[in-house]
Design a protein around this ligand. Structure first.
Ligand code: BES
Ligand code: MN
Ligand code: ZN
Length: 478
């Protein structure tokens, strides 16, 4: 983990830095730096440097004396107060940040509390590489940043503490998500959850296939049938004495080949990421526990592989889910909803939650509709939908609510079972409606389809972690 230090701006010069990042507005140096020893050289560079007024414009220079810093990066914040200064600063720093061991960043006055966590979360994001299985690292792959010094005249200890909590939990999430299917199975995912639980004081147990067969969890078992790896229903429990119980249920498919309805081989390897919903649930419990949220959180991961074999579920098979409802499996690639159906039913029966959130890389259809930057959301309570949308906005994460349009409910009916596991079109909506069939209508519910946003070219993104925590924090008051 990164070493984070804070220091007053008048101490610049006392710590030896490899890089110092200084934001400027127009041609003026921040007030806090007016008294500093290097003010003159700053003014000089501001006058001559190729720094435009455009936010994000930057100049790197090497002070001749190299007294306390080898490099100074001037970053233009621009005069428009609405632009997000943290993004501007971080874009400008770009690759510079990982190249040096010690970097200092001056936080502009008035924005310290907002900027510090954002800068840190960006720094953590940048510091994460999945190198568990690299036996040799090129110089360019090496991450050199060890110490980040934030120069601030406001106290930002709490903000930093919190940013570290998020940083660590997101690291767990990304580490797990990156692991390919031969390194992460439902069993080892359960072990990973247990480890996080031990370190963060929440209890973790899991149901194995024998337990699930006894309970009649035909949904998750139908998905796992084709695989030699045992499925697990991972149950995490934080702060059971609190008044309000929130169940958070994640899709934990450690590999989704599609099963007998097999996927095309192009990009199939990415389906190792089909457990990111589950990993997000672990991260959320880890953060909730570190921040001592006054809620009872039940985290459930429906973990399984989805593979074809002589034992696999075949299209047309009918299975009985834990809720008692029967499902005709028309497409074995629509497996996420099958495992979640049992997770939802288990949560309702055993924990009586006041609120249910599920998070899943559920449909290719949501990627078609909203692309890779917007999470698809659904909910059965318009007030909660609104509040959650607000929470995501506050966190800078983009979501769009799609309709739980019951006009399509007919499409997921079957003539030979209670439900069919696919509809006829509007794939993301059909999947949400399918899940809705298992929700006790009295319980407010949010469904997040992160198929498009859970990972990008750099790997897992940790999407929705901040938003969910931010939203949960508002719940005890209501
Ligand atoms: N895990 C996939 C959804 C997915 C696709 C996630 C692309 C991320 C990127 C899910 O299990 C799936 O296969 N869904 C099918 C459902 C269909 C058969 C009704 C889909 O959306 O194509
Ligand atoms: Mn699938
Ligand atoms: Zn899947």
């Amino acid at each position: 983990m990164l070493n984070i230090l804070t220091s007053k701006t008048n101490t610049i010069g006392q710590t030896k830095l490899n890089l110092l990042v200084i934001p400027v507005i127009g041609k003026t140096v921040l007030k806090s730096l007016e008294k500093s020893g290097f003010k003159d050289s700053l003014h000089h560079h501001l006058n001559f440097a190729d720094l435009t007024d455009q936010a994000g414009s930057s100049v790197l220079f090497y002070p001749q004396d190299r007294k306390f810093t080898e490099r100074i990066l001037l970053v233009q914040l621009g005069k428009n107060k609405n632009t997000d200064a943290s993004k501007t600063i971080f874009k400008a720093i770009g690759a510079h940040i990982t190249k040096h061991a010690t970097t200092g960043i001056v936080l502009p006055a008035g924005q310290e509390k907002i900027l510090a966590p954002k800068i840190l979360s960006n720094a953590f994001k940048d510091s994460f590489r999945f190198h568990e299985h690299r036996t040799k690292l090129e110089d360019a792959d090496k991450h050199k940043l060890e110490t980040l010094v934030l120069f601030s005249d406001k106290k930002i200890d709490n903000e930093i503490k919190e940013a570290l909590v998020f940083g660590e939990a997101l690291q767990t999430l990304k580490q797990l998500a990156h692991r390919p299917a031969n390194k992460l199975t439902p069993t080892t995912l359960a072990e990973a959850a247990e480890k996080v639980g031990k370190e963060n004081k929440f209890s973790v147990k899991s149901l194995n296939e024998t337990d699930m067969a006894k309970l009649g969890m035909g949904g998750i078992l139908s998905v796992s049938k084709g695989s030699d790896e045992e499925a697990r229903m991972i149950l995490m429990d934080y702060n059971p004495k609190a008044k309000k119980t929130i169940a958070i249920i994640g899709k934990g498919i450690t590999f989704d080949s599609g099963g007998i309805s097999i996927k095309p081989s192009k990009d199939m390897h990415e389906m190792k990421f089909d457990m990111i919903g589950g990993a997000t649930v672990i991260a959320i419990l880890q953060i909730a526990s570190a921040l001592k949220l006054p809620l009872h959180l039940v985290g459930i991961i429906c973990a399984s592989e989805n593979l074809p074999s002589g034992k696999a579920t075949k299209p047309g098979d009918i299975v009985k889910t834990y809720s008692g409802k029967t499902v005709e499996v028309l497409n074995t690639d629509a497996e996420g909803r099958m495992v979640l159906a049992d997770g939802i039913a288990y949560a309702q029966k055993h924990y009586k939650p006041n609120f249910i959130i599920d998070i899943a890389t559920l449909t290719g259809s949501v990627v078609g509709a909203l692309g890779t930057k917007i999470t698809g959301a659904f909910g059965n309570n318009s007030k909660n939908n609104k509040d959650f949308a607000k929470a995501t906005q506050d966190c800078g994460e983009d979501t769009h609510f799609l309709p739980l349009y019951t006009g399509y409910s007919e499409e997921i009916k079957s003539s030979v079972a209670d439900l069919a596991n696919i509809g006829k079109g509007a794939g993301a909506i059909a999947a949400a409606l399918f899940l809705y069939e298992f929700i006790d209508k009295k319980i407010p519910w949010l469904h997040l389809d992160i198929a498009g946003t859970a990972w990008d070219k750099d790997g897992p993104t940790g999407v929705m972690t901040h938003s969910i925590i931010h939203y949960l924090r508002t719940l005890p008051k209501r």
